[in-house]
Structure formats: structure tokens, C-alpha cells
Design a protein around this ligand. Structure first.
Ligand code: RIB
Length: 295
């Protein structure tokens, strides 16, 4: 079984629990505050490892306590962090507003994440089946790293939504994004399956659009679409649900599961991640994903 290499961010997440989101100019009192590991890249690496993948991480962290905490997390999760870079900036941070319905609003301070680069000392790890990246680290660096990797499938999670550099798109095999990000990229509102089809036709890449409780839609440039619906869960905190999907998708796809089964398992992982607070605490383990009916 080939491994998963994640190129991406690490953030220290500060989560403020609120009854509702503030209106512009309004001051609110939080119901509580908690700190968690976060960052889309690191969350996805942890999700892939918990789904059973052999995972490596390329990230940039600061020479500070948050950076040390990141290293401790990766060691505890069995993630190979030898290629992680120490940058001349503080470790990335995120402030997350969480409302009573489990929806969130996230503000990122990139810090060291913005310094990620392809270093001349970089040696591509052997036997990588899937490389996975997001847009919280510089696109040019991701493109260079994707090009340097002899992998089977390069997946770009277009999050946070932004126009994709042509050199990065050229080095990418598959795009994964949620329905909000897909609408931004497509510059119009539409059903998730239609957005996936439109973006696949436009980019000539496989495109998966995730749509929360509705499920996920995988469109191919030739117009074929497969979909999967998640199990019904009680949503406590949706933070990290997309990361759980991506990590599980990468791990099960590296394991050689069929596209249909991989998509089904990934939406299940995303749903399970909504049932607990915090990104990393909620990322599900392989046994829990496989235990649900239909798997
Ligand atoms: O996807 C959730 C993540 O987005 C959070 O952990 C936060 O750090 C931001 O990167």
C-alpha cells in the first residue's frame, strides 16, 4: 500500500463558543474558549493517519511552543515529520467562532505557513500513492513540491477558496472543495453536482464537491458523476469535517479502494467529525469509519 504525503499548514486554533455570530460592530460575550491543534494540512494528515494511512507531512512551523506542540502531535499520531521546516515566523494561528448550531467562522494568521518552500535539500519520499495539499500555504511552493513528487494522484483541496495558479493546476490531478468554495470558484450558485461538473469541464480535472449533510459529488471531465450520502449525525461542531473527508479520502484511495467505496468512507469520516468539538479531537479512527452500516 502506498503512502500519503500532506503538504500544508499547521495552526494553533483558539475556539470561541458563542450563542450566535456577532453582527458587524456588535460586541458579544463568549460562552467558552478552548485551544486545539488545527490547520487544514495538519488536520488532514491526522485524519489520514487515523484512517489507517502511512502519512508524511511537509509544513512550516515557528521555533516556538506552538511549533513544538505540532511536532508532539505528529509524533503521537505516527506521522513522519522529518521534512517539516522551521521558519523565521511564529507558528500559524486561527481564531474560530463557533455558534450554537455547530457552524463556524474562521480567521487565519498564516505566520510560518506563508514561508513553506521547496528546499534544495528536499528528497521525495519513496512509495507515495497520494499527495494532498490545500491553499493555506503558498501555491507556488505547493506546485513545485507536487512536480517534485513521483506520486500516483495529486489532490488539491481548494480551501480557503482562491483562484488557482495555472502552474499549480497543471501539477494537480484532482480538486476537492466544499459547495461554498465551489460557488466562489465557479462564480455562480448552483447545485453541488452541477458545480462539480462545471468545474471538472473547465479545469479538465476530476472534481469532488462536498455538501455537508447532502453528501459529496465526484465529477469527471467526461461528465460522469458518482455520489455518496453521509450517515445522519447530530452536529456539535463542523470544524474539521472537510479535513476528515480529505484525510480519509487520501488514505482509502492510497489503499486502493474503489472510487465509490472511497467516497462513501470519506463522507462517513466527515460526518463523524461533526459529532465532537475541536478539529483534531473529532477526527475519526478507521474502526469507527468502517463500523457504520454499508461499509
Ligand atoms: O479546516 C479547519 C481548519 O481551518 C482549522 O483547524 C483552522 O486552523 C483552519 O485552518
Amino acid at each position: 500500500m502506498g503512502g500519503v504525503l500532506v503538504i500544508g499548514s499547521y495552526n494553533r486554533d483558539t475556539v470561541l463558543r458563542l450563542a450566535r455570530f456577532p453582527a458587524p460592530g456588535e460586541t458579544l460575550t463568549a460562552l467558552g474558549m478552548a485551544e486545539f491543534h488545527g490547520g487544514k494540512g495538519s488536520n488532514q494528515a491526522v485524519a489520514a493517519a487515523r484512517a489507517g494511512g502511512r502519512v508524511g507531512m511537509i509544513a512550516a512551523i515557528g521555533a516556538d511552543a506552538a511549533g513544538q506542540a505540532a511536532r508532539a502531535l505528529w509524533a503521537a499520531e505516527g506521522i513522519d515529520a522529518q521534512a517539516v521546516q522551521i521558519a523565521s515566523a511564529p507558528t500559524g494561528a486561527a481564531t474560530i467562532l463557533l455558534d450554537a448550531a455547530g457552524e463556524n467562522q474562521i480567521i487565519i494568521i498564516p505566520g510560518a505557513n506563508a514561508k513553506l518552500a521547496l528546499r534544495s535539500s528536499f528528497k521525495p519520499p519513496a512509495d507515495i500513492a497520494v499527495a494532498l495539499a490545500q491553499l493555506e500555504t503558498p501555491q507556488a511552493a505547493t506546485a513545485a513540491l507536487f512536480r517534485a513528487l513521483p506520486v500516483v494522484r495529486r489532490i488539491l483541496n481548494v480551501a480557503p477558496a482562491a483562484p488557482i495558479l495555472p502552474e499549480l493546476l497543471a501539477a494537480t490531478d484532482m480538486l476537492v472543495l466544499n459547495e461554498t468554495e465551489a460557488a466562489i470558484l465557479a462564480q455562480r450558485e448552483a447545485e453541488p453536482a452541477d458545480l462539480a461538473l462545471a468545474l471538472a469541464a473547465e479545469t479538465m480535472r476530476d472534481v469532488i464537491v462536498t455538501a455537508g449533510a447532502i453528501g459529496a459529488f465526484w465529477a469527471r471531465p467526461d461528465g460522469e458523476v458518482i455520489d455518496a450520502a453521509p450517515p445522519c449525525v447530530t452536529v456539535v461542531d463542523s470544524t474539521g469535517a472537510g479535513d476528515a473527508f480529505l484525510g480519509a479520502f487520501a488514505a482509502f484511495s492510497a489503499e486502493g479502494f474503489t472510487p465509490e467505496k472511497t467516497l462513501r468512507l470519506a463522507v462517513t469520516a466527515g460526518a463523524l467529525a461533526c459529532t465532537q468539538r475541536g478539529a483534531v479531537p473529532s477526527l475519526p479512527y478507521r474502526a469507527a469509519i468502517l463500523a457504520l452500516p454499508g461499509h
